[in-house]
Write a protein that binds this ligand. Structure first.
Ligand code: IPM
Ligand code: MG
Length: 370
């Protein structure tokens, strides 16, 4: 029995999560596996009603689960950053999910490149540091003190900055930070994964030519780890990487990237593979509770229209099963998605005419057929 905490979230989140649960239920009908679901109303509606983002008692409850299944967080009625940082990032950080794994295989025939080129890329995005730590602030009239704090499983860090400019202007800071031990454990995970799939080359992305403080530490660790593990490693600056992912995606297999650039290149790559409707992600803590979600957001304008592609979420379910140690069932889900596509069932974003629920039904039908 696997205990799954379900957070449908906002916008189209509940619709796609419903399809993911259909798939899990189909598995328990066909295979010897059981899931126990509990839904949490951690979302914008509750925030607008009560002012609560993630409450202490939510966290206490969530700790009792094997895994977290998330739809999407985001709502136009709320100022940007409040829900994203207060819910999504709060969960990633609280559960110390320091790896964000975003597989990007080409989904034929939906690839968006003009050239016929096959590829299968696994992106690993660092998930708790970099420019995402939420440390920063403003000083007005050129003067002020920023009292910053970054609290993680690995450390509790206080930083104080005294700013004193000779111009009475407003200044804003957003501070990026990385720590050696976190980069080390992240690199270890990526190297283990590359061993698992028999890949000897890791592409490491950054912008060490400009942000040379933060990314020299990053490179120091990568150099050291890859040397010890006898892995070949190549660095790419993120600007060149965006170009290369469109031009020669087949040159890459395992890609490691800091948090912020990872956010950007995984949307780009999702589009290259066939679209955001096909891109899942896993926020992984190898020794704790992980969280699975589609890469896309809450798409409020499509809410309730039964139109959005649920496959990214269904593939997030596949990643969840892999992570729970049921790679056999993960494979069943993957094959069922492929089979549904091969039968010509796909949603509007891919040029088809299936609705959200018809797409989920087609995947379930494929599971039932096996
Ligand atoms: C993602 C999203 C989030 C991120 C936002 C909503 C905070 O864009 O999961 O890619 O930047 O990580
Ligand atoms: Mg993103």
């Amino acid at each position: 029995m696997y205990k799954i905490a379900v957070l449908p979230g906002d916008g189209i989140g509940p619709e796609v999560v419903a399809e993911g649960m259909k798939v899990l239920n189909a598995l328990s009908e066909n295979y010897s596996v059981n899931f126990d679901f509990q839904e949490f109303d951690i979302n914008s509606e509750r925030y607008l009603r009560t002012g609560d983002l993630v409450r202490d008692d939510d966290l206490e409850q969530l700790h009792k689960f094997d895994t977290i299944f998330l739809g999407a967080i985001g709502d136009d009625r709320v100022k940007p950053g409040v829900l994203e940082k207060g819910i999504l990032l709060e969960l990633r950080f609280h559960f110390d999910q320091y790896i964000n794994h975003r597989p990007a295989p080409l989904w034929k025939p939906f690839g968006r490149l003009k050239r016929d080129v096959d590829f299968n890329i696994d992106v690993f995005r660092e998930n708790t540091e970099d420019y995402y730590i939420g440390a920063g602030g403003r000083v007005s009239n050129g003067k002020g003190t920023l009292d910053l704090r970054v609290k993680r499983e690995l450390y509790d860090m206080h930083v104080k900055l005294d700013a004193n400019a000779d111009a009475a202007d407003d200044f804003a800071f957003e501070i990026g930070m990385m720590s050696r031990k976190n980069i080390e454990r992240f690199a270890d995970f990526v190297i283990d994964y590359s061993n698992l799939i028999g890949e000897n080359y890791i592409t490491v992305v950054d912008k060490a030519n400009v942000c040379s403080n933060i990314y020299s530490l990053w490179r120091e660790v990568w150099n050291d780890k890859c040397k010890r593990a006898k892995k070949d490693l190549g660095y790419m600056y993120v600007d060149a990487m965006t170009m290369a992912l469109v031009k020669n995606p087949d040159k890459f297999r395992v890609v490691a990237v800091p948090n912020m650039f990872g956010d950007i290149i995984t949307d780009l790559l999702a589009e290259v593979t066939g679209g955001l409707g096909l891109a899942p992600g896993g926020n992984i803590n190898p020794n704790g509770i992980s969280m699975f979600e589609p890469v896309h957001g809450s798409a409020p304008k499509y809410k309730g229209m039964n139109r959005i592609n649920p496959v990214a979420t269904i593939l997030a379910v596949k990643m969840m099963l892999d992570n729970l140690g049921r790679r056999d069932l993960g494979q069943v889900v993957h094959d069922a998605v492929r089979a549904a596509f091969d039968k010509g069932v796909y949603t509007k974003d891919l040029g088809g005419n299936a609705t959200t629920s018809q797409m989920g039904d087609a995947v379930v039908a494929a599971i039932n057929r096996v």
